[in-house]
Design a protein around this ligand. Structure first.
Ligand code: KG4
Ligand code: ZN
Length: 310
């Protein structure tokens, strides 16, 4: 079974081919360098760049010749995401489906992130997933291949968004996650403190905006009082807070649902501290390869494979 997939929900344009859960080919064009200037994604610019980038990918795809032959299904990201960006992937997928007479499947981006940890691997149920990205932060419970439930989610900002906003305030650059993670890695033995952790009614829900505000206020207060600013300390203690908070809720979910396996996915899953924390929580942890942590079409192809393989 050969699946061709398109992902275009946010600012990455990606094509991939998966054959029986073996990745054959993937090409992704990122827009990060463009949006960097604005400190976040500008939807209008994202749509226009998807048009340009998807044509570049189509040219590459056409050159593939034999490996792009005999495709059984075309999968694309249907939701959720930026409407203008999703439309571009949808139009191209529909056009290819009509021209080549191949069935088309529209899929959920978040489910795709879940399956990013199961490329080249099979999974066991029930499975619990901690999905942390620039747009989403949630705990997903998969009872079987098709049935999943979001048991906890952020009530405000997503984790990646908070990393990016804190990094912008501290003038560290964009995207903030990898920069703060690097500082944390080099200073975690020195600074072990953290900011306070919120408590919500649903024990699996998250709220990250209070942490963001606490870090930003702390930084502004130091400036106003003309006190010494230790960026390494603030960044490290910020990441300590995120790790502790994610651990607290995810550990509770593991204890309650007793899953056969757990996964971590989404762009923030590249974070070394969060990866290590998860590895300590369960004896059957699946982590996506680094190339599948950020938005990519291989995870959409993997999800499609799960839906159609029987
Ligand atoms: O899933 P993703 O590629 O994009 C969307 O959500 O659309 O995630 C991007 C996010 C950014 O906010 C970025 O700062 C964050 O993932 N990120 C990280 C790390 N690498 C990327 N956050 C924390 N630690 C990292 N190592
Ligand atoms: Zn994503």
């Amino acid at each position: 079974m050969k699946i061709f997939a398109i992902e275009s929900s946010h600012d990455d344009t990606s094509f991939a081919i998966l054959e029986n859960n073996n990745p054959i080919w993937m090409k992704t064009i990122s827009q990060t360098e463009v949006h960097k200037v604005y400190g976040g994604t500008i939807p209008e610019i994202a749509s226009r760049l998807h048009v340009k980038n998807i044509l570049l990918l189509l040219e590459e795809f056409i050159k593939l010749e034999s490996i792009a032959k005999n495709i059984d299904y075309i999968a694309y990201t249907k939701e959720p995401g930026l409407v203008g960006s999703l439309q571009i992937g949808y139009i191209v997928a529909q056009t290819m489906s009509r021209i080549y007479n191949i069935p088309i499947i529209g899929l959920n981006h978040l489910e795709g992130h879940f399956y990013s940890a199961f490329i080249k691997k099979e999974l066991e149920f029930p499975a619990l997933c901690l999905l942390v990205s620039g747009g989403h932060s949630q705990i997903m419970l998969y009872k079987n291949e098709t049935e999943f439930e979001i048991i906890g989610e952020t009530q405000d900002d997503a984790v990646g968004e908070v990393y990016d906003k804190v990094a912008r305030k501290l003038e560290l650059g964009f995207p903030g996650g990898p920069i703060i993670d690097k500082i944390w890695e080099e200073n975690k033995e020195i600074y072990q403190g953290h900011f306070s952790i919120p408590k919500l009614d649903n024990e699996f829900d998250f709220s990250f905006s209070g942490i963001k505000t606490a870090v930003i206020n702390h930084y502004s207060n130091l400036i106003n009082r003309n006190e010494k600013i230790d960026i390494k300390r603030i960044s490290t203690e910020f990441q300590n807070t995120i790790i502790l908070y994610l651990k607290r809720n995810f550990e509770k979910a593991i204890n309650k649902y007793n899953p056969k396996c757990v996964t971590l996915s989404g762009g923030v899953s590249a974070n070394k501290g969060i990866r290590n924390m998860i590895l300590g929580l369960h004896n059957n942890v699946y982590l996506p390869d680094f190339e599948y942590t950020t938005d990519n079409a291989m995870m959409i192809a993997r999800l499609a494979y799960e839906k159609v393989k029987k």
